[in-house]
Ligand binder design. Structure first.
Ligand code: PMP
Length: 394
């Protein structure tokens, strides 16, 4: 049966990680895979997470199955974290999923169930999995203009012009904050305009928020999403605890549906549960149980928020440091975009040839397309990065 299969291409980011590990140079720099690292180069377990996990190990009464929707205390906490105080909050229903990846797939399947003819519009460029996941659910995918690689800014005019053409059969997939891969985020004015257009044109907003707390803060990073949730009759949200709780491998996320009524949202939730049964059935418990404990306990919640703020500040400090050192060495402000972007990533606009030279000549590993993971940098590596970039003509 399997002899005839053609081997699929290797995942480019994982292939880069393998090449990085094999590189013997002591000053090599990995700007590839999207994980946060501290100044020691580690992706640590957060203290709040460790404490909640220990507590769980000692007190969890059973490992028997959870339901198809996962941990309802987790679902409530995630809904509150994103939507408390918005008009959509009372009409929202949530299902715990295996990471935001699981949420993206379940929501895509839900949309395909409700509206098989729907087209999902994704940004150009977007998170590498958006297109394949939407297509796997049988949905058509098209792109809207997003990033101008020359200015390294969001081309808001072109983006809004395309969005103004969408209609009731369309789904608009937006990054809530910390756009992956570009680092360029939608301005408050454009979120407002998108909200007005959603009301006028009747398309469904679909917000993927995988980095809440990695941009300007927990509340600030959800501001655009909350603006939508205050106004539109329906929207869907995929959210993740991979980054802001550092729970990557525990596969912790949620799919949230805001319906025209609470009853409509409950019906959508029941469909997601049915869809989950046809795939993984139940999400893994451990990560969600940890998050539920943290968010329902004042002391742990404060500890988590303080740790998250420290990670956020470190990322923004690394961004500021890059700008400053590029300015000092290159005598130019053309790298200021590192300071304007938010979250883990920035798209640099480097060509394939420049990326190859960075790797071969300077031991600097950047994924195809020129996305760098600023949150993976160490302070000590910044001079190497600045030197390497300028040497390849960035
Ligand atoms: N959406 C975006 C925009 C992402 O960058 C990622 C990857 N971190 C995901 C979803 C998937 O996240 P998770 O690891 O929680 O499945």
């Amino acid at each position: 049966m399997f002899n005839e299969l053609i081997a699929p291409g290797q995942d480019p980011i994982l292939a880069l990680t393998v090449a990085f590990r094999a590189d013997q140079r002591p000053d090599k720099v990995d700007l590839g895979i999207g994980v946060y690292r501290n100044s020691a180069g580690e992706t640590p377990v957060m203290q709040a997470v460790r404490r909640a996990a220990m507590d769980l190990a000692e007190t969890q009464p059973t490992k028997s199955y959870v339901g198809l929707a996962g941990d309802e205390r987790f679902n409530q906490a995630m809904t509150d974290l994103l939507l408390a105080g918005t008009a959509g909050h009372a009409r929202a229903a949530a299902v715990q999923t295996p990471g935001a990846s699981g949420a993206l797939r379940m929501l895509a399947e839900l949309i395909a169930t409700a509206r098989p003819s729907a087209t999902v519009w994704i940004s150009r460029p977007s998170y590498v999995n958006h297109k394949p996941v939407m297509e796997s659910a049988g949905l058509a995918v098209r792109e809207y203009p997003y990033f101008n690689v020359d200015t390294k800014q969001v081309d808001e005019q072109a983006m809004l012009a395309q969005i103004a053409q969408l209609g009731p059969d369309d789904v608009l997939l937006l990054h809530g904050c910390c756009h992956n891969p570009t680092g360029g985020d939608i301005s408050a004015a454009s979120w407002q305009r998108i909200t007005e257009l959603a009301l006028e044109r009747g398309f469904l907003p679909f917000v993927d928020i995988a980095y809440q707390g990695f941009g300007d803060g927990l509340q600030e990073d959800a501001a655009g999403l909350r603006r939508l949730a205050d106004a539109v009759p329906e929207m869907v949200i995929a959210t993740s605890c991979s980054k802001n709780f550092g729970l990557y491998r525990e596969r912790t996320g949620a799919a949230i549906v805001i319906g025209e009524s609470a009853a409509a949202a409950a019906k959508a939730k029941a469909h997601i549960q049915r869809l989950a049964r046809g795939t993984y059935t139940m999400p893994p418990d451990h990560g969600a149980a940890i998050v539920a404990r943290i968010l329902h306990d004042d002391e742990l919640r404060q500890l988590w928020q303080d740790e998250l703020t420290a990670m956020n500040e470190r990322i923004n400090q690394l961004r500021a440091e890059l700008v400053q050192q590029f300015r000092a060495v290159a005598q130019s402000d053309r790298f200021d975009y590192f300071g304007q972007h938010r979250g883990m990533f920035s798209v640099t606009g480097l060509s394939a040839e420049q990326l190859a030279r960075l790797k071969t000549d300077h031991g600097i590993y950047v994924v195809d397309g020129g996305r760098v993971n600023v949150a993976g940098l160490s302070e000590a590596a910044i001079p190497t990065v600045v030197k390497g970039f300028l040497a390849v003509g960035a």
